[in-house]
Structure formats: C-alpha cells, structure tokens
Design a protein around this ligand. Structure first.
Ligand code: RB5
Length: 142
C-alpha cells in the first residue's frame, strides 16, 4: 500500500500518481489534500508518515511545490527516510543507497513526464543493503 500526500502545490501530481499506480495495479491510500485550495503541507506529511510507521502503508509518495517542505516534515518522524528528488538518478540512488521509504516530488520544479519516470524508477529499484544498512541505521539519533 502506497501512502499519497500533497498540499495544494502538489495536488495535480498526486491525482496523476493515483492513475499511474492504478495502471501498475498498485494499491494506494490518499491522505489528502483533496483540492488545489491552499493548505499546510505538514498536516498531510504527518498523517501519511504515521500510516507508514503504523505499518498500514509500506512506503509513500509525497508532493508539494518543491518537495522540500513535505520531505522536511516527513523526516521529523524516526523511521521515515524521505528523499526530495528532482532528477531520475536521485530517485534511483535514494532506493539503492538510502532505502528511502518516501519519494518527495516538487510539482513546481519538474514536469509530469519527469515525475512519472522518477516514480517508476523509485518503485522498481531495490535497496542494495550491505554497508548501506549500517549507514541508514546511523541516521536515527534517538
Ligand atoms: C506552498 O506554496 C509551497 O510553499 C509548498 O508547496 C512547498 O513548496 C513547500 O516546501
């Protein structure tokens, strides 16, 4: 189950992501927002991050204007590794080396074709493990 979250700045991409995941037969749960009316991205980041930590969702795709604010909020949760990515190689590396469990995208920074390509890569790329396992364990400070 993939947790989806956005603010108004990422709403359109979130809706497109649902259609993409449907076409891939992947289940999703939408934590809002539900329109392009102005809202606060932390509210949606926190709700979706908590669902991942509860085990209700396996990972998430979070979208705001830049991908920055929504990833900052998500990363306040221990156990969430949200990667704000703007190019496909970053999305690939966020899985291979960082085991990112949230992909954060910025609708105002990239076009949908780029976003779609990054989502596909991110979903398909496994964590490499090995030495990276030790490093991601060291990310948590409590
Ligand atoms: C909203 O205007 C915008 O600040 C938000 O979507 C995001 O880009 C914040 O990081």
């Amino acid at each position: 189950m993939i947790a989806l979250a956005s603010d108004h700045g990422g709403f359109e991409f979130k809706e497109r992501t649902k259609a993409l995941l449907d076409s891939l037969s992947l289940a999703w749960k939408d934590f809002g927002t539900d329109s392009d009316e102005s809202v606060d991205y932390p509210d949606y980041a926190h709700a979706a991050a908590e669902a991942i930590l509860r085990g209700e969702c396996d990972r998430g795709i979070f979208i705001c204007g830049t991908g920055i604010g929504i990833s900052l909020a998500a990363n306040r949760h221990a156990g969430i590794r949200a990667a704000a990515c703007q190019i496909p190689e970053a999305a690939r590396m966020s899985r291979l080396h960082n085991d990112a469990n949230v992909l954060a995208l910025g609708q105002r920074l990239i076009d949908w074709e780029t976003a779609e390509g990054m989502i596909r890569i991110w979903l398909d790329t496994p964590f490499e493990g090995g030495r990276h396992e030790r490093r991601i364990r060291k990310i948590e400070i409590e």
